[in-house]
Design a binder for this molecule. Structure first.
Ligand SMILES: [Fe+2]
Ligand SMILES: [Fe+2]
Length: 273
């Protein structure tokens, strides 16, 4: 006799068990009185008895437990445990219902990171306005910094959404006014702006790592995972990209070389930091 178990589900502490449907008994005839006992490796079930022949298959039943205590030592008693203070649903309207194991320090650190992202976004927006002027007219650089500004704002938005998911409260801080002029006598404007962007991306990375440390020290693995997956990877890639641009701008010098670099950015597609 062949017997294919299609599913076997063990529910600790329950008498429900089973469900094992025999499949291919096809060309084999099986005695109607057949009993099959399977000794389970788990302590949950001591035996499985097959009974009741049905056409060319069987229906099996888990019959008995020898030991209802789980092997892991983890006992789940929901209706007792849920009475603890930690699980009481707040009734005060000003208090988040969803908040759980989310520290005030983490909440404050997220608000500070939102402010970092907005500040960087504001600087890039100012760079966009500068390079878009008719007497500067470097449209590729203007586009690059406009896209980068929006990208940083998106980062702030992502942090705001996360703050709300965790039951924190978003508090926006003030943003400093950025410089309006980016001309530099020796470097020229494009290299000067790109070096500033590289410094800002490295600073942002430092702040993100600090945010990660806060989450870690507050034993918040979900928050560290969020920062790692949504921010840290992208941030090191942004640093590499802008470092490449600084190197290239140092190669081409000022004037005509910058115009070529600008054309490359104009046609490159999405190159935001
Ligand atoms: Fe960012
Ligand atoms: Fe960035």
């Amino acid at each position: 006799m062949f017997l294919e178990a299609t599913s076997a589900i063990s529910l600790q502490g329950s008498n429900l068990g089973l469900l094992l449907n025999s499949a291919s008994a096809n060309s084999f005839s099986t005695p109607s009185s057949c009993n099959l006992s399977l000794l389970s490796r788990s302590s949950s079930f001591s035996s499985l008895a097959l009974s009741r022949k049905r056409d060319n298959g069987f229906t099996g039943y888990a019959l008995s437990e020898t030991n209802s205590m789980p092997l892991t030592g983890v006992v789940f008693q929901p209706f007792e445990e849920v009475k603890k203070d930690d699980y009481i649903v707040p009734i005060v309207p000003q208090v988040s219902l969803a908040r759980q194991r989310f520290s005030e320090e983490s909440e404050a650190a997220i608000n500070e990171q939102i402010n970092v992202e907005y500040n960087v976004s504001y600087v890039y927006h100012s760079m966009y306005a500068y390079f878009d002027r008719d007497n500067i007219a470097l449209k590729g650089l203007a586009k690059f910094f406009k896209d980068s500004s929006e990208e940083e704002r998106d980062h702030a938005q992502k942090l705001m959404e996360y703050q709300n998911i965790r039951g924190g409260r978003v508090k926006l801080h003030s943003i400093l006014n950025p410089p309006a002029e980016f001309e530099h006598v020796e470097k020229g404007d494009a290299l000067y702006a790109m070096e500033l962007a590289l410094s800002l991306e490295k600073l942002t990375n430092e702040k993100l790592l600090n945010l990660h440390s806060v989450a870690d020290s507050n034993n918040d693995p979900q928050m560290t995972y969020f920062i790692e997956t949504e921010f840290l990877q992208e941030q090191v890639e942004a640093i590499k990209k802008v470092a490449d641009y600084v190197t290239q701008l140092r190669m081409v010098g000022k004037g005509h070389g910058v115009w070529h670099f600008n054309q490359m950015l104009l046609h490159e597609g999405d190159g935001a930091l």
